[in-house]
Design a protein around this ligand. Structure first.
Ligand code: NAI
Length: 441
């Protein structure tokens, strides 16, 4: 099938590459010529394990190509995925300007029936807006007779495991209300079914809400555990043991029960905000989600609070090693990452920071520019030199078993603030290191 994917970010590029990998002819459109140039030159503009190989394989096979040509893209695929960003507006609602611009471009140039698929995370009612935008553009050019369907197909992939998630999905949610679109979506996703029917068809509005429901639920679990962790610390209990005690209950399960220094990323913060906003626009105050968000803001400051309690409010002349910039491992994404808040709070108190991250340092350079208080280390160990303490913000695998001798000899004094509870407190204290975890005794 011929497929167009609009937006070559984390979602668009993964979707395009995976759809090409099962035999479709995919054209990926982006308005950012720099991204398209990287892709045309055989690279990828993001870090995502396994993605480069799939992109290269499919470009070589002639099934995947990239363009900035809107007209070509609209005329290419019978299926047109919209996978552009939906960042938060000032009031917290999802900004739909990129989605609607993409929809208008399709309407301006399409020359036959199209299934327009909202893959971006968009508030309930967006499909109607997309439909209206496309219809208006068609009418403007006297082509109102050209038919199209609008489908909601939210994406559930996780950065860092995106290829596996797309290739072997738990479920594929499709909100579609006409037979032709349902049929095409069924055909498109048939190769991803793996012996079970993974497709969950529903009405468009329910599909739109499903994506927000999933992210809001996961964010809620994290904030719940973070609040409990803070309480556990005060009570002299250990949140890790509590986690094991409740996660073993199948009604609760193991996932997203890890206390830490707050959730970040391109999805949870903005999707929780957008759902709260949707609620208030429709007369429903989503009190629980308001608390989830507020608790997360508190949690992003928890490590700095511990640092201040240990070293004092004035950190002038203090220097900290920081391991992990990305909002989670296996990605270079730093959108809403706790590291950004922590670095900012340390700067505010006069400290300097030497950071190490296996893949996100380039992204940090882009974000922080020529900030003289932030330096980058080529290795985790070299970040430690002359630092007052080590602050761990992202649970990269390579931090799991560090060289404790190097930590002791390179830091000015052996102190670790661990925002991801990576180590056994007793073991690490046995090494002679002062250790502060989250919710641990
Ligand atoms: P991104 O910011 O990485 O990529 C968006 C891309 O769209 C950019 O390359 C941008 O240049 C391009 N773009 C913007 N307007 C365009 C237009 N009119 N025509 C063509 N290209 C255009 O965004 P990301 O992270 O891929 O997210 C996309 C959507 O998917 C968002 O709604 C997000 O909430 C959702 N989502 C993201 C997930 C993630 O893990 N990043 C997971 C599931 C959903």
């Amino acid at each position: 099938m011929k497929v167009t994917v609009i937006g070559t970010g984390y979602v668009g590029l993964v979707s395009g590459a995976c759809l090409a990998d099962v035999g479709n002819d995919v054209l990926c459109l982006d308005v950012d010529p720099a991204k398209v140039k990287i892709l045309e030159d055989g690279g990828i503009p993001i870090h995502e394990p396994g993605l480069l190989e799939i992109v290269r394989r499919n470009v070589e096979a002639g099934r995947l190509s990239f363009t900035t040509d809107i007209d070509k893209a609209a005329k290419w695929g019978v299926i047109q995925f919209i996978a552009v960003g939906t960042p938060p507006d000032e009031d917290g609602s999802a900004d739909l300007k990129y989605v609607l611009a993409a929809a208008r471009n399709i309407g301006k140039h399409m020359d036959g029936y199209r299934v327009i698929v909202d893959k971006s995370t968009v508030p309930v009612g967006t499909a109607d807006k997309v439909r209206a935008a496309v219809a208006e553009e068609l009418a403007n050019r006297g082509s109102a007779a050209i038919e199209f369907s609008v489908v909601s197909n939210p994406e559930f992939l996780k950065e860092g495991a995106a290829i596996e998630d797309f290739m072997r999905p738990d479920r594929i949610v499709v909100g579609a209300e006409d037979a032709q679109a349902i049929d095409l979506m069924r055909q498109l996703y048939a190769p991803f079914q793996r012996n079970h029917d993974r497709l969950v068809f529903m009405d468009v509005r329910s599909a739109e809400l499903t994506k927000y429901a999933a992210n809001a639920m996961l964010a809620t679990r994290i904030s719940f555990m973070n609040e409990l962790a803070n309480l556990a610390e005060t009570l002299g209990a250990d949140i890790e043991l509590v986690r094991q005690g409740i996660g073993s209950d199948p009604r609760i399960g193991w996932h997203f029960l890890y206390a830490g220094c707050g959730y970040g990323g391109s999805c949870f913060p903005k999707d929780v905000k957008a759902l709260i906003r949707t609620g208030s626009e429709h007369g429903h105050e989503l009190k629980l989600l308001g608390a989830v968000e507020a608790a997360n803001e508190v949690q992003k400051h928890v490590l700095v609070d511990k640092i201040v309690r240990r070293f004092g409010e004035d950190l002038t002349g203090r220097h900290f090693a920081l391991w992990g910039l990305a909002f989670k491992p296996n990605t270079d994404d730093m959108r809403d990452a706790p590291s950004r808040v922590i670095i900012h709070e340390l700067f505010k108190r006069g400290a300097t920071v030497a950071a190490y991250d296996p893949v996100a340092m380039q992204e940090a350079e882009r974000i922080f520019g020529d900030e003289s208080r932030l330096s980058y280390a080529g290795r985790p160990k070299s970040a430690l030199d002359n630092a007052d303490a080590l602050v761990i913000v992202t649970e990269w695998k390579e931090f799991r078993s560090p060289d404790f001798e190097a930590i002791k000899s390179r830091l000015k004094q052996p102190v670790i603030f661990d925002g991801r509870n990576m180590y056994d407190p007793a073991l690490i204290r046995g090494e002679g290191i002062e250790y502060f975890g989250i919710g641990r005794v």
